[in-house]
Design a protein around this ligand. Structure first.
Ligand code: SF4
Ligand code: SF4
Length: 256
């Protein structure tokens, strides 16, 4: 076996540059089927997009639309979309998705799955895309063809993948049980929950504790963090890496 050859799970063949057929539109007989009976994990950037689309604060979004569950990470909770009483996505309307422009990562990515090899064999993380198929999904029988690159661009996934990579780093950090013996729901984990899932609460915390004034940050970054939720989330991740793992992600100002 050559040094570069990778072994993927059985049945999973990366798409590389080959094309796949897919189209999802109101004319397919399965239209909206996948928005019912769905188990959907939500990631920090999904919550930002959805609460901003709805014009509500993140606390209200968590209260109304989210279930906190124990996912794959034994040391940090995951969030899932709370389905309605009839087991459909709360954002499914009579004509389809009512938050389409702001739909979560997993709704955008289907029918692709993304895997990232972080062993850095090539000096950088490498991403792979696989075709996935729900049995009931008729979108695969449509004629429209895509390359992975075209699909990522069409679904605006480049930004979402970058945010997913940031989140994967945090998830890896949380999986190391960085709570300094406080255990689940201790003060450190509560702070991490605030940053990751309740960004409007974290914005209040940043103001109350003058967090931005404590670090050497370019003026442009300060402005971005003050006005933009994704910039605030990235700052929050840097802050957590420093607080929980002592990483040099932020530089404290010297005290007079
Ligand atoms: S967010 Fe939209 S696309 Fe995703 S499951 Fe809900 S209704 Fe369907
Ligand atoms: S099942 Fe497939 S084709 Fe049907 S609505 Fe969902 S994604 Fe589109």
């Amino acid at each position: 076996m050559s040094k570069q050859e990778k072994i993927f799970p059985e049945g999973m063949v990366p798409l590389a540059k080959s094309k796949f057929s897919f189209s999802c539109h109101p004319g397919v007989s399965c239209f909206m089927t996948c928005c019912r009976n769905v188990d959907m994990f939500l990631y920090p950037h999904d919550i930002i997009a959805l609460k901003n689309c709805l014009g509500i604060r993140s606390e209200e979004f968590l209260e109304k639309y989210v279930r906190v569950v124990q996912g794959a990470n034994p040391f940090f909770p995951s969030l899932m979309m709370k389905m309605t009483d009839v087991r459909s996505c709360p954002f499914l309307g009579p004509a389809g998705c009512t938050v389409y422009e702001h739909r979560p990562f997993s709704c955008r990515m289907y029918p692709l799955e993304r895997g990232v090899d972080r062993t850095l064999e090539k000096g950088r993380a490498e991403e792979f895309f696989f075709l996935t198929k729900h049995e009931y999904c008729k979108g695969h029988d449509e004629e429209q063809e895509w390359t992975v690159k075209e699909w990522l661009r069409n679904q605006q996934l480049l930004f979402h993948n970058a945010m997913a990579d940031q989140w994967a780093e945090m998830d890896t950090l949380f999986a190391k049980n960085p709570w300094a013996g406080e255990g689940a729901a201790g003060p450190r984990q509560k702070l991490a929950f605030l940053v990751c899932y309740n960004l409007d609460g974290f914005r209040d915390y940043v103001r109350q504790h003058n967090l931005l004034g404590q670090f050497k940050l370019p003026a442009a970054r300060v402005r971005a963090v003050e006005t933009d939720d994704e910039a605030l989330l990235t700052f929050g991740f840097d802050w957590l890496k420093m607080v929980l793992a002592g990483m040099p992600t932020l530089q404290a100002k010297k005290k007079n």
